[in-house]
Design a protein around this ligand. Structure first.
Ligand SMILES: *Cc1c(COP(=O)(O)O)cnc(C)c1O
Length: 425
């Protein structure tokens, strides 16, 4: 009989995977808390929350129970002209915790679609109002997803190379890293002054795919204030940072100015099922609220507002809002900070950075790219240690599920130290 891996080879095309070069996939048969368990019974610590989605651990019994209850009652229903309790309840509960000013919830399927909806809302908002604002501004090296609109507002990279000719024009401002804050703010202001900017989109405080690149809340606050001053919409992409990753529930909770549109996905269902949300204000909603049908937002996906997935999101929210979850996030953040001080001056390290439960270690290298040869060496090192950690080029990072134990965190830290000493030798 063929193994899962062998059958996989014959029929599956994996995401982000050079299929000819990469070794066979590891077949996972069970998830349990912070662990993914393969067909040989090996237990892997999921240090990156399975691509940044898992919040409370794998196969959480409470989420499973709520999902199976919902499945038995109403698994799915059309969402145009019809509604249901799970979708309404989830919107109500999210609006209670989202940044102030958020009044309406639009459902879609994943992070990229949440971004597509945000871009369409922003562009059509100005169109409906008869204003000629058509420009979008983003931050260099941003990542907002893999669909065409999301790619257009993302940095041009090896991910987008084949499609550059087909992406609409977007203005990029410099990343506001240490010492470049003023330059970045000035670039944004200059673009805004031209009066044509429809919206500014950013990953708040942490640019994920770019390599967990971090910037200060003060800069975010200034970005937001500039957009308000020049009347451009703010699209806050909290797809990765949402639901506590940076400490508070949302990254923009670190500041006081509110965005106009917030995009959510990844941790929304605790990582159990795919869903995207685009939340927005009354002001934006009202620009579409009209007798003129041309002002409608003509967008929707087959599974929009799926009740089973809403039930998963509601269950995840229950867990997220427990005092114990806040404590776990604080515990992880404190452990990261203590670990950072022990490796900070290692000769191989260019920078250690941290925001809340996310820590990134950038190694010195002459080839700082996603294709850095160190990447594969490090990836294999961690796999041998039974840790799932996919370096972003020369950058190692952790974004663990909140249920990770101190023992497992310490084990990962020890392995990182061992790797550093091994690379140095
Ligand atoms: C992952 C990600 C997306 C895209 O989400 P998908 O569900 O993978 O389509 C968008 N924005 C940010 C900041 C992300 O990290």
């Amino acid at each position: 009989m063929k193994t899962i891996k062998e059958r996989d080879r014959e029929v599956i095309w994996h995401p982000y995977t050079p299929m000819k070069i990469w070794p066979e996939a590891i077949a996972i048969v069970k998830g349990e808390g912070v662990y993914l368990i393969d067909e040989d019974g090996d237990r892997y610590i999921d240090a990156i929350s399975s691509w940044w989605v898992t919040l409370h651990g794998h196969s959480h019994p409470y989420i499973g129970q709520k999902v199976s209850e919902q499945l038995a009652v109403l698994e799915h229903s059309i969402f145009a002209g019809f509604t249901h309790e799970p979708a309404v309840a989830l919107a109500e509960r999210l609006l209670e915790i989202l940044p102030k000013g958020m009044k309406k919830i639009f459902y879609s399927d994943n992070g990229s679609t949440a971004i597509e909806v945000a871009i369409k809302m922003a562009l059509q908002y100005w169109n409906n109002k008869g204003a000629g604002k058509k420009k979008l501004v983003a931050i260099e090296n941003a990542y907002h997803g893999d669909t065409f609109g999301a790619m257009a507002v993302s940095g041009r990279s090896i991910f987008t190379d084949a499609f550059t000719d087909f992406l609409f024009d977007v203005s990029f401002i410099p990343f506001p890293g240490k010492g470049r804050e003023e330059e970045s703010l000035k670039a944004l202001e200059q673009l805004l002054q031209q009066g044509e900017v429809a919206a500014f989109i950013m990953e708040p405080l942490v640019q994920g795919s770019a390599g967990m690149c971090m910037y200060r809340p003060k800069v975010l606050e200034q970005y937001f204030q500039l957009c308000k001053k020049y009347d451009a919409l703010i699209i806050d992409d909290e797809v990765m940072t949402g639901f506590g990753r940076t400490g508070p529930l949302f990254a923009c909770d670190h500041i006081t100015t509110s965005p106009d549109i917030v995009c959510l996905s990844k941790g929304l269902t605790g990582g159990s099922m795919p869903m995207g949300i685009t939340a927005t204000t009354q002001k934006i909603f009202d620009a579409f609220y009209d007798d003129d049908r041309m002002k409608t937002l003509y967008h929707g996906h087959s599974f929009t507002g799926n009740p089973t997935i809403c039930a998963a999101a509601l269950a995840s929210l229950d867990l997220l809002l427990l005092e114990s979850c806040t404590e776990s996030r604080n515990r992880i953040a404190t452990a990261h900070t203590a670990f950072a001080t022990t490796i900070n001056d290692h000769p191989l390290i260019a920078e250690v950075r941290q925001t809340g439960t996310i820590i990134a270690i950038e190694l010195r290298t002459d080839v700082p790219s996603y294709h850095n040869a160190m990447r594969d060496v490090m990836y294999r090192f961690f796999l041998e240690k039974k840790i799932i950690m996919r370096p972003l080029g020369n950058i190692i990072y952790l974004i663990p599920p909140y249920c990770i134990s101190d023992a497992d965190l310490n084990y990962i830290y020890d392995c990182i130290r061992e790797l550093l000493n091994q690379l140095r030798a």
